[in-house]
Structure formats: structure tokens, C-alpha cells
Design a binder for this molecule. Structure first.
Ligand code: CP
Length: 303
């Protein structure tokens, strides 16, 4: 079994993953040796703080080993992906990969003898969405019936959040004036729309009025943020997106928790006063990446 997105996971399996993550968080000692002798290869083609830390620490705390592999200093840079994975999957128990392209992740999955976890590509970010669900359940005591409002560019994080919410009974409204075409998955949009739990609007004030959570993400993909070639598009996006910033003015009079998957670009998609407001759960949400990683690794390596 792989975790490339949530399409192959039943609603019940996703809910179970969240509950397992919370159990591991509450009773860490019970799980301390569950992956003893196991190794997860952690392949990074893009930068990361949380995904690397959470999966590496998760393997250590479960009694196994997380083997960090930097794409640029391995022979992934020169060899055929199928050959490298054909070899790698004979020596390890699981692969978590953060790649630029979903097509490459699928190629890895096709050529691997062991489970593959998507550590974020241009289309999906499932381990983040599981951490988001953990945070929602911790704050509200339930998933079903809560209301999430995602404000920002429709991207990979948005796709996984929509999937995760609609599979677990959370109502989600997306307020996305820009759609990142690289992330487009029409099948996902069509299927999640059918649940009746996802809607999109540009009426920001109306959308947040009864929200339990407001969530944002970077307006510019991480690999482009500091790229001078992308500066014109970046400026265009900032101008268009600024009215959709999460700030103290937007939060005034509403009772929503504030979420962000990090890394944060202060003063762009969110202001310091929103990040530091009493309703901000951003650091708890990021901390929950560890429990998300542990629950995923346990499910995939032990089954
Ligand atoms: N949210 C997230 O995936 O963080 P990193 O990019 O730092 O891993």
C-alpha cells in the first residue's frame, strides 16, 4: 500500500489514521519499539524543514531509522529513476519522497517493492493534511460538522485539504482567486464536489463569518519564491492576493482558529498579529506533523 494522495484510502481508514496519530501522541512509550530494525528512506528533491524533521524523528522515536537521501548528492541525478528505486527498495522498508513532479512519484510507486509516501509534490501533500485533521480534532473534539475555510492560491496543499475534509465530514470552503494549474486534478475536484461538503467562493467576509478554522498557505510555490526569473509573476500574485491576506482585520468578530502549514511568509499571506493571536494553532499544527508521520509509517510498514 502507498500513500500518494487519499484516493486509495477509505473514509474510515483516514479517520483511523488520525485516531492512531492522537493515540501515539498521548502514549508515546507504547509505540517506542514498533518499527525496531526498520529503515525508511527519505528522499528530498526539494527543500524542507517539517517534512524532513517529522519523518526522521518519527522513525527514531518508533525504534527504527530514517535514512536521509539528498537527490542532488545521490545518483538519482543521473540514473533512470526505475533502476535506482529497483535497487533502493531491496534494502529498506519504506520510501518517503518529496519530489518536484507527481509523475516521478508515480514512477517510483510502480518500481518499488516497498510502500511509498508522498512527502509533497506539485499536486498533493497528504502528510500535511493528516496533521491538519489531528489539529482540528484536538481543538474541536470532532471532525464531522466542523467548518474549514482555506484562503489563498489553490495548490497542492488545497487539494489534499479538500480531500481530507470531505472524507471526514468537515465542511470546507475555498476562497482562491488564483488556481495553480500545476496542481490541477479535475477528477479530485469532481469527486469531492459530489460530497456536498466542498464549495468555492470569492466572498471572503461571508465565508469566514461562521468558520471554525481559517487556513492559508504561501502564494508562491517554495521552489519559485526566491527565483529572480519568477519575480514578475510573484509581484502580480502579491497584488492580486493582498485583499485575501489573513490579518487582524479579517479575524475581528469571528471565532476561528488560525492555521498555516508553514513555512510562513510574514506580511504576505498572513500578518504577525494573526500568527501570534491567541487563536493561532500554527505551531501545534506543525508539531502534529510528527504524529502524522508516525501514524503513516506504522500503517504502511506494518501492513
Ligand atoms: N509544511 C511543510 O511541508 O513544511 P516543509 O516544507 O518545511 O517540509
Amino acid at each position: 500500500m502507498h500513500l500518494l494522495n487519499f484516493k486509495e484510502l477509505s473514509n474510515q481508514e483516514l479517520i483511523q489514521l488520525v485516531d492512531t496519530a492522537i493515540a501515539i501522541k498521548n502514549y508515546p512509550q507504547k509505540y517506542a519499539k514498533t518499527l525496531e530494525g526498520k529503515t525508511a528512506a527519505l528522499i528530498f528533491q526539494k527543500t524542507s524543514t517539517r517534512t524532513r524533521v517529522s519523518f526522521e524523528v518519527a522513525m527514531t522515536q518508533l525504534g527504527g531509522h530514517g535514512l536521509f537521501l539528498d537527490w542532488r548528492t545521490t545518483n538519482f541525478v543521473m540514473a533512470d529513476l526505475s533502476d535506482e528505486i529497483g535497487y533502493l527498495s531491496r534494502n529498506i522498508d519504506c520510501i518517503m519522497a518529496r519530489l518536484l513532479y507527481n509523475a516521478d512519484l508515480n514512477k517510483i510507486a510502480e518500481n518499488s517493492r516497498v510502500p511509498i509516501i508522498n512527502g509533497c509534490d506539485e499536486k498533493y501533500h497528504p502528510s500535511q493534511a493528516i496533521a491538519d485533521l489531528i489539529t482540528i480534532k484536538e481543538k474541536k473534539g470532532t471532525l464531522t460538522g466542523t467548518k474549514m475555510v482555506y484562503i489563498g492560491v489553490h495548490n497542492n496543499v488545497t487539494n489534499s485539504l479538500i480531500e481530507a475534509c470531505t472524507k471526514t465530514g468537515i465542511k470546507i470552503t475555498t476562497v482562491c482567486p488564483i488556481f495553480n494549474e500545476a496542481s490541477r486534478d479535475n477528477e479530485l475536484l469532481k469527486e469531492t464536489k459530489k460530497t456536498g461538503l466542498w464549495e468555492s467562493t470569492l466572498n471572503l467576509k461571508n465565508a469566514v463569518s461562521d468558520a471554525d478554522f481559517v487556513y492559508t498557505d504561501t502564494w508562491v510555490d517554495m521552489e519559485f519564491f526566491t527565483d529572480p526569473k519568477y519575480s514578475e509573476e510573484k509581484e502580480k500574485r502579491i497584488k492580486l492576493m493582498m485583499p485575501y491576506q489573513i490579518n487582524a482585520e479579517l479575524l475581528k468578530g469571528i471565532n476561528a482558529y488560525v492555521m498555516h502549514d508553514m513555512p510562513i511568509h510574514r506580511g504576505y499571506e498572513i500578518t504577525a498579529d494573526a500568527i501570534e493571536s491567541p487563536k493561532s494553532v500554527i505551531y501545534e499544527q506543525a508539531e502534529n506533523r510528527l504524529y502524522s508521520a508516525k501514524a503513516i509509517l506504522l500503517k504502511l510498514i506494518r501492513t
